[in-house]
Structure formats: C-alpha cells, structure tokens
Ligand binder design. Sequence first.
Ligand code: MF3
Ligand code: CO
Ligand code: CO
Length: 254
Amino acid sequence: MARFVKTPEEIALLREGGRRLAGILQRVAGAVAPGVRTRELDALAEQLIRKAGGKPSFKGYKGRGKIPYPAALCTSVNDALVHGIPTDYVLKDGDIIGLDIGMVWKGLYTDTAVTVPAGNIEKRTRELLWATRESLDAGIARVREGAALGDIGHAIQQYLEKHGFGVIRELVGHGVGYAVHEEPEIPNWGTIGTGMRLKEGMIIALEPMASIGSPDIALDADGWTWKTKNGQNTAHFEHTLAVLKDGAEILTFV
Ligand code: MF3
Ligand code: CO
Ligand code: CO
C-alpha cells in the first residue's frame, strides 16, 4: 500500500499535468453541440493533449480485454455509460455525452471526466447530471488521511439513492499516477469504516456512475462500451485527487 504514496515532487507534476488536462477537458466539453461528431471531439482532445506536451494515456490501453482502446477520449452517448469509442455519430439535440480523458505528462497519469448536454435535455436527465456531479463532491468531502474507502463509497451511494438514482456496480474508482489504473479499487457504494484506509500522498480517481432506473449494465459487442440494459440515460463524473492530512486536493482542476 505504501508504494502508492507519491512524493511531493511527483504530486507537483501531477498537479501541473492535472491542471492542463482539466483545461483540455473544458475546451472539449465546450465543443459539444448538436451536429458535432464524436470523432471530432476525440481529434480535438488528442490535438490539445499533444500541444500541452502530453500523451493520450487511453490510446492503446488494453485493460482486462484484448482490444487496445483506439482513441484519446471516451465518448459515451445517452445509455452508454463509459468507454464509448468515438465514431461518425452526429450528436443531436437532447443527447448527453460522457467525456473521459487521460493524459501522461512528464511520466505521470491523470484522469478526469464530465457528462454534458447537447442542446436541450429532459428534466430527469438534467437532474441525473446534477446529482452525479454532486455525488462526486460528496465523495471528495470524505477524503482525508485515515478515511476508509467505505466512507467514500457510502457518501456517494447515499447521495445518489436519496435522489432516486441507481449506482452502477460493475465499475469503480481507482488509484492513479504511474498507470491508467492502480490499486486500490474504490467502489461508489459501501459501508462506513470498512475497506482500506487512505494515507497522505495517495493519488486516487473518484468516479461516480449513476443511472435513471435500474443500474444494470452490459458490455457492448465493440468490447469497450458499457451500456444500460434498459436503454436509460447514465452519467459519469471523475476527478483525480491527492489525499491530504485534512482533506483532498483536486488535481484535475483548472
Ligand atoms: N478513464 C477510464 C477510467 O476512468 C478508463 C478508460 S480506459 C479506456 O477509469 F481505454 F477506455 F480509455
Ligand atoms: Co476516466
Ligand atoms: Co478513472
């Protein structure tokens, strides 16, 4: 566990890389509109990552499967939750899109995501985006040296369920810094006081994922995209954080 604690020098690089990556995600999110192809968003993301002196960490990433991820950005539309592959799909009014981006900068990895609307979206979908974003803050508020992973999961789950949304169970947050995914796994549900305890200097990515109605998801035939079984909209927000003695520092912050 101790090996996952980063030095102040490493955290300084993560902070600078995270700040750049957050700015890039903001630019890409700003380009979302009806009429835009998801492939165009990916091209913009990759161009901005390279201009920032970084490398897209998702491109070529294998995860647990055999198919390397082909893009710099994950574009997950409507019932697609995460890991959607950019295509020629043209966004239409009323769509929502999850944008997840990762960069290696001076050897260190950061990871951040938002879900944003294209045009005008339905009321319950608007509430889903808002509640998922807020649940990330509820989780971040629990982060500090000595906190248990279950404290974080509990806070996220409570927040989402209080607002009537489902918590996705198949995918979790994670440690980060020297790889796309490091230990530990950080579930978006849990019981207070259970699980590993955080140490100052750990770098973690929290990423609540929520659905309207049933949280059951299935992997698409493309080998990457996770979608809800009932076809309902889902949302995902993510920040990379440093664990401090008394709280958290959001590293993917502009
Ligand atoms: N960014 C994702 C996460 O938050 C992982 C994406 S891997 C990819 O954990 F290959 F799909 F890009
Ligand atoms: Co991510
Ligand atoms: Co992540």
